[in-house]
Design a protein around this ligand. Structure first.
Ligand code: PEP
Ligand code: MN
Length: 347
């Protein structure tokens, strides 16, 4: 349930409600909206009579939450969440472009690709140092050496780093280098990993499981949120269907559906959704028209020679073209691509 405090409620009133919830073995999650404090109460609330809370000092209203995902839902928080990463906002009015190679390969590749992506209008740099490959014989990533190269790319361009973490054991290492922890489609229901990512408090880009429903997706986000981390970005990257022409099928429905159900920012990955470089630009435009807050795109200074996902990786000139066309679509829906990084770091 959500306890909406009056705007005049004092800190003591809030603390009292929190302690009351905790004394019943429940967890209290605080957030603010329109100058009012909201206290989300989670746990086994069956024995809790809402009337026993309505009379407490400072309480304006007690509302039930009907969705199984609670902290992720609009019922808990109707205002959209804006996640700030090194001074860059995700989920605000601006559209963010995250771009970079599928895998970190060499220093030369990272330096050239990062500089190219920044120039082409990207404001976040992506790249995998730990790769979840379908085959154990495929390139598995450069591990810590790759993370260090990503950190170098951040030094050079100022772009925050989005990189994947494959297991809960890896979280402390990846968190030392990353600005956004990426949890991949294959790990969307790795609850130990979600828990560990939740405990870092860091921004997490959670990709939708390739066979997961919207409810399962939001329940996975809920794992991160329920461990005290409000900085979750939802990422639609295509789901498995009967279609084989494309690698996956982008579920465009899910963009407005997630916006309706949740306050969290939505990012679309047209690269893994299509698996084809030639389709990435058109699908990117569709995603922004449907209400996505940003895109994560595989780009490389020499895409044909990419060590992984070469088919779906676009060149730097194509990324620049994409950014311009996406900006035109964004402006048609009252938004714009964020191009200038903010000078001040808030990370
Ligand atoms: C990736 O972003 O390179 C990746 C492996 O994505 P996904 O988990 O969506 O397959
Ligand atoms: Mn990839």
């Amino acid at each position: 349930m959500v306890i909406v405090m009056k705007s005049v409620a004092s800190q003591r009133d809030i603390d009292y409600v929190v302690r009351r919830a905790q004394s019943l073995g429940l967890k209290a999650h605080i957030s603010a909206q329109n100058g009012q404090t909201l206290i989300g109460v989670t746990g086994d609330i069956k024995g809790l009579d809402p009337k026993s809370l309505t009379g407490l000092r400072g309480v304006e209203q007690v509302r039930a939450m009907t969705r199984p995902f609670r902290l992720a839902s609009r019922e808990f928080k109707s205002e959209r969440t804006v996640v700030t990463v090194r001074g860059r906002e995700v989920g605000g009015d601006g559209i963010v472009i995250m771009a970079g190679p599928c895998s970190v390969e060499t220093r030369d590749q990272i330096v050239r690709t990062a500089a190219g992506c920044a120039e082409a209008g990207a404001t976040f740099f992506r790249g995998g140092a730990f790769k979840p490959r379908s085959s154990p014989y495929a390139f598995q990533g450069l591990a810590e050496e790759g993370l260090a190269l990503l950190a170098e790319a951040r030094e050079l361009t100022g772009m925050p780093i989005v990189t994947e973490v494959l297991s809960s054991e890896q979280v402390p290492l990846v968190a030392q280098y990353a600005d956004v922890l990426q949890i991949g489609t294959r790990n969307m229901q790795n609850y130990m990993l979600l828990h560990a990512a939740g405990e870092t408090g860091m921004p997490v880009l959670l990709k939708r499981g390739m066979m997961s429903t919207v409810e399962e997706f939001l329940l996975s986000a809920e794992y991160i949120l329920s461990h005290g981390n409000p900085n979750v970005l939802l990422c639609e990257r295509g789901i498995r269907t009967f279609e084989t022409y494309t690698r996956n099928s982008l579920d465009i429905n899910v963009v407005p559906a997630l916006k309706e159900l949740s306050h969290l920012p939505v990012i679309v990955d047209p690269s893994h959704a299509t698996g084809k470089a030639s389709l990435v630009k058109a699908v990117s435009k569709g995603a922004i028209a449907a209400g996505a807050d940003g895109l994560i795109i595989e780009a490389h200074h020499d895409p044909e020679r990419a060590w992984s996902d070469a088919f779906q990786t676009i060149s730097i000139p194509r990324l620049a073209e994409l950014t311009d066309e996406v900006d035109a679509i964004a402006r048609a829906v009252g938004r714009a691509v964020v191009r200038e990084p903010l000078a001040q770091s808030t990370a």
